[in-house]
Write a protein that binds this ligand. Structure first.
Ligand SMILES: [Fe+2]
Length: 364
């Protein structure tokens, strides 16, 4: 990393930093708010102690120097502040969130597999990193008991409760309130887009599988969205701008969400995909706009179901799949199970809980 700096001569309201050949003008109040001086930030919580909105608008930089990788600044209120130059540079040059993702298809993916018998801090971090990188992983030897999946989940954070409770059965039942509770095959989908926020991660534990069928299918939705972006830009633009609608309704719940099939963040990175044929309720729009959406969605679906983009995993007793519900789509082949012994358990986790554990685990 190469850097240099000079104070802008005209008003001293900003500092010019030359970083890797690019010039950045850094606002003086921004620097003041980022100070770790103990009268500005609490040393333990790192939270602001001053009212940032009340910092004097005439705040100026009087002096700035870099020595021993430290930026020392004196402001017009006579306060002196020291910053690690690496910290300032990391804030200026944001790392793209999609940099650590590996986009995959059937050909280039190697299924990440772990053994729960070997669990320790390092293995837990590797499990979570795999989910972050490719959107899923398989963990073997989770205890084959009713709430066995919690042995791993509790190491990450609390289970998300929904109107169906916490950890729930996935089993063929009479009067199923969701098609997961039947022997029917399930087309690739993301779970519960009718919830806001939609649950971030799925933990799917096999206690016993059917002898015939019941394989899980998984597709990388970020890779599909990226194919659309590169090869079918018109469809990509439609799916990132058209607000569709999802709904789940039963006697006790009425859940709705207006959202897009491909969601972009403020830097135009793909940050979430959704697809759930069972619960989409297409909203009324003009004839032209609906035709655009229908065509784009069909292309999206064709790529989702394309065998080149799908992998199949038949979970054995004790196997758990962890799925990033904002990224990968999952489905299930139909199954035959005369004794009705196929028994899975499923738990959800909020996105921020998982991400928080990943960040604290990586810094420890
Ligand atoms: Fe599902």
């Amino acid at each position: 990393m190469k850097y240099a700096l000079n104070i802008k001569k005209n008003n001293k309201n900003s500092l010019c930093i030359l970083l890797n050949g690019k010039k950045y003008e850094v606002n003086s109040q921004w620097l003041y708010e980022h100070s770790h001086n103990t009268e500005i930030r609490d040393p333990y919580t790192k939270q602001l102690l001053i009212e940032a909105a009340e910092i004097s608008p005439s705040l100026k930089i009087i002096d700035a120097k870099i020595k021993n990788e430290t930026l020392a600044i004196t402001f017009s209120d006579k306060s002196k502040h020291k910053y690690k130059i690496n910290y300032i540079c990391s804030q200026i040059e944001k790392v793209s969130v999609s940099d650590d993702k590996f986009l995959w298809n059937k050909k280039n993916i190697k299924i990440p597999k772990y053994n729960f018998k070997n669990i320790n801090d390092k293995v837990l971090f590797d499990i979570m990193s795999s989910v972050e990188k490719v959107g899923f992983c398989l963990v073997r030897n989770i205890p084959k008991k009713k709430n066995g999946l919690n042995e791993l989940m509790k190491l990450i954070g609390p289970v998300k409760k929904t109107n169906w409770g916490g950890i729930a059965d996935v089993k063929n039942i009479n009067k199923a309130y969701d098609l997961t509770m039947t022997t029917r095959g399930l087309e690739n989908h993301t779970d519960n887009p009718y919830r806001f926020p939609t649950q971030g991660y799925i933990f799917l534990h096999c206690i016993e599988n059917a002898n015939n069928g019941g394989e899980n299918t998984i597709t990388d939705g970020f890779n599909i969205a990226n194919i659309l972006r590169k090869k079918h830009k018109k469809y990509f633009d439609t799916l990132t701008s058209f607000n569709t609608f999802f709904r789940y309704a039963d006697k006790n719940a009425y859940l709705e969400n207006k959202c897009k099939l491909i969601e972009l963040d403020d830097e135009n990175n793909i940050c979430q995909i959704r697809y759930n044929n069972r619960t989409e309720v297409m909203p009324y729009e003009s004839h032209k706009r609906l035709n655009e959406y229908i065509k784009a969605r069909r292309k999206f679906w064709d790529l989702i179901k394309d065998s080149k983009n799908n992998i199949q995993i038949k979970q054995m007793s004790g196997d758990m799949l962890i799925l990033d519900n904002y990224r990968v789509l999952h489905g299930r082949k139909s199954y035959k199970d005369q004794e009705n012994k196929r028994y899975f358990r499923q738990g959800y986790m909020d996105r921020d809980i998982f991400q928080s554990k990943l960040k604290t685990a990586s810094s420890s």
